[in-house]
Structure formats: structure tokens, C-alpha cells
Design a protein around this ligand. Structure first.
Ligand SMILES: [Cu+2]
Length: 68
């Protein structure tokens, strides 16, 4: 499980955009988004740097949470 902080993720549109983008590169990924804490947790075969690139590719500033 990898956790990301995404400060610009404020609503359901953001979460669906990011979730779809991740599912496009890994259809088996499990994505959980929390707009309250602006955190995303992802269970995927892809590594954190690849996932970060996908999130940023959608125009969202994001950072990998250490130790997650
Ligand atoms: Cu939004």
C-alpha cells in the first residue's frame, strides 16, 4: 500500500479523475481517496514513483508519504 498526499484533491471529480488514471495503467489497482485528509492510498503492482507520475500527469500536485 502506497500513500500520497494530494493537496488539490478537493471533490468527487478529482477523486474519480485520479482513480481512473491509475486504473488505466493498472486495472487491478485498489484506490482509496479521502478528500477530507487529501490523502490517497493505492494498492498496486506499480511502484510509488510510477503512481506519482500518473497522479501528477492529471495535473495534481502530489507527494509520496514516507513510511506508508
Ligand atoms: Cu475536484
Amino acid at each position: 500500500m502506497t500513500h500520497f498526499k494530494v493537496p488539490g484533491m478537493s471533490c468527487g471529480h478529482c477523486t474519480s479523475t485520479i482513480t481512473k488514471a491509475i486504473m488505466a495503467v493498472d486495472p487491478a489497482a485498489q484506490v482509496g481517496c479521502d478528500t477530507g485528509t487529501r490523502m490517497i492510498e493505492v494498492e498496486s503492482v506499480l511502484g510509488a514513483p510510477a503512481l506519482l507520475e500518473v497522479i501528477q500527469g492529471e495535473g495534481y500536485d502530489a507527494q509520496i508519504m514516507a513510511g506508508a
